[in-house]
Design a protein around this ligand. Structure first.
Ligand code: CTP
Length: 400
């Protein structure tokens, strides 16, 4: 996780819904990311999780009562949001959304929402029929018109035993939605196509050639692009990672499948970032049956895979192309060589011993103006650094 929430003041509102137990984890994530968190529980919320839980997790007093005398001036509804970067209500019940939509102020949380001068985000949580009810949908439209951001809801199993829309987003996704909301929109309106992860080139039904790429750098970059306001489509080789919030993903195995997916979608995108560790070769033939061992040696004939990145950069009207160069030595020479040979605007170079597989990375950026080392950091922080550099290089967008 990043430090983009460090020293941000976030007021978390908790209304009455069983999803309130997940808000405890959300508060923990916010605090871990360095945010100053103040929790306001409604009376309904306090039926599900106690103030003690939120006080212990946030390290701050928890507020429920508009008449709480602990605030010196008795104005908790004003003081709590003073200097706040956002109010985040999770879960937001159907009842609370209705109150918000109609400007009601009959408890502490609804009053401070009305009195705030910072953004308000809500994560709805309710039974699917309550969510689909025309009254709730009418309230959703009113809230959106008022500039209130909705995070979710999600579809899936519900606590009531039904399946459908209305489930609160998972805490990690609400956290990511808030970080994205507060991030500078350096890539607003841009459409980014990316590849990430390793490829898997089958030899027979149970074996294949692959590499040790974890996909973490590509996924972090997809996340950073989404946070920066881009629409992101990620073509991913086999990895054990969750799709970052707000990113669309197509799963592939082989380099040929990755190539096909990229070529199918590239025309609709203005930036292409090749992060995948694409196998340069694949077996000439894939055995239909499992290969049996015979002699002391065996060999597999290999043939070259298409270079996806070079192919995209060679299109008649190519997108802005970014490549990666993972080298074990002579980084400057190889990375700059790849930039020129593949006709790329930007190459992100790193030494494999500095990044592959791990959570941190140290990269140097290579463009026509020279080399630009970025400080060693977590992959998401490095990804944010790459996005900032990339955004500065992009041509201004033509007015629509
Ligand atoms: N790439 C690609 N398609 C390939 C091979 C690589 O799109 N078939 C992309 C990678 O996603 C990365 C960059 O090209 O952005 C890496 O360049 P490349 O020269 O292929 O790196 P290596 O495979 O490491 O090359 P070499 O073995 O020659 O160093």
């Amino acid at each position: 996780m990043t430090s983009s929430l460090s020293n941000r003041k976030i007021v978390v509102g908790v209304t009455g819904g069983i999803a309130a137990y997940k808000t405890a984890e959300l508060v923990r994530l916010l605090v871990k990311a360095g945010a100053e968190v103040h929790v306001v529980l409604t009376e309904g919320g306090a039926h599900f999780v106690t103030a003690v839980t939120f006080q212990a997790l946030s390290g701050n007093p928890v507020w429920t009562d508009a008449w709480d005398a602990r605030m010196d001036n008795n104005m908790a509804h004003i003081d709590l949001t003073r200097g706040a970067d956002a109010v985040l209500v999770a879960p937001a019940s159907a009842d609370f959304m209705s109150k918000l939509a109609h400007g009601m102020a009959n408890d502490l949380l609804s009053t401070l929402c009305l009195a705030r001068d910072c953004p308000l985000l809500i994560a709805p949580a309710m039974n699917r029929q309550m969510w689909e009810n025309p009254a709730t949908q009418r309230n959703v439209r009113l809230l959106r018109d008022d500039g209130i951001a909705l995070l979710g809801p999600d579809a899936g199993d519900q606590a009531c035993g039904e399946v459908g829309n209305g489930r609160m987003l998972e805490p990690e996704d609400i956290f990511e939605g808030l970080v994205a909301f507060l991030s500078p929109k350096l890539l607003a309106g841009r459409r980014v196509l990316m590849t990430a992860g390793p490829t898997f080139e089958a030899i027979d039904p149970v074996r294949g050639i692959t590499n040790i790429s974890s996909g973490k750098m590509g996924y972090a970059l997809a996340q950073a692009c989404a946070r920066a306001g881009a629409e992101v489509l990620l073509v991913s080789g086999p990895v054990a990672l969750d799709t970052p919030y707000g990113v669309s993903r197509i799963d592939v195995h082989s380099a040929s499948q990755m190539h096909q997916a990229v070529m199918h979608h590239v025309a609709a995108h203005d930036i292409f970032i090749g992060v995948a560790a694409v196998a340069d070769y694949r077996p000439v033939e894939v055995a239909t049956d499992k290969i049996k061992k015979t002699g002391a040696e065996m060999s597999v004939a290999l043939t070259r895979n298409p270079d996806i990145l070079a192919g995209v950069a060679a299109l008649p009207s190519p997108p802005f192309c970014v490549g990666f160069a993972a080298e074990s030595r002579a980084l400057d020479e190889y990375a700059e060589g790849k930039r020129v040979a593949k006709k790329l605007q930007l190459v992100v170079g790193n030494l494999v011993q500095d990044g592959m597989g791990g959570d941190d990375n140290r990269v140097t950026l290579y463009d026509a103006a020279g080399r630009h080392p970025l400080p060693a950091a977590s992959k998401i922080e490095v990804a944010q650094g790459i996005v900032e550099h990339l955004a500065r290089m992009l041509p201004a967008r033509a007015p629509h």
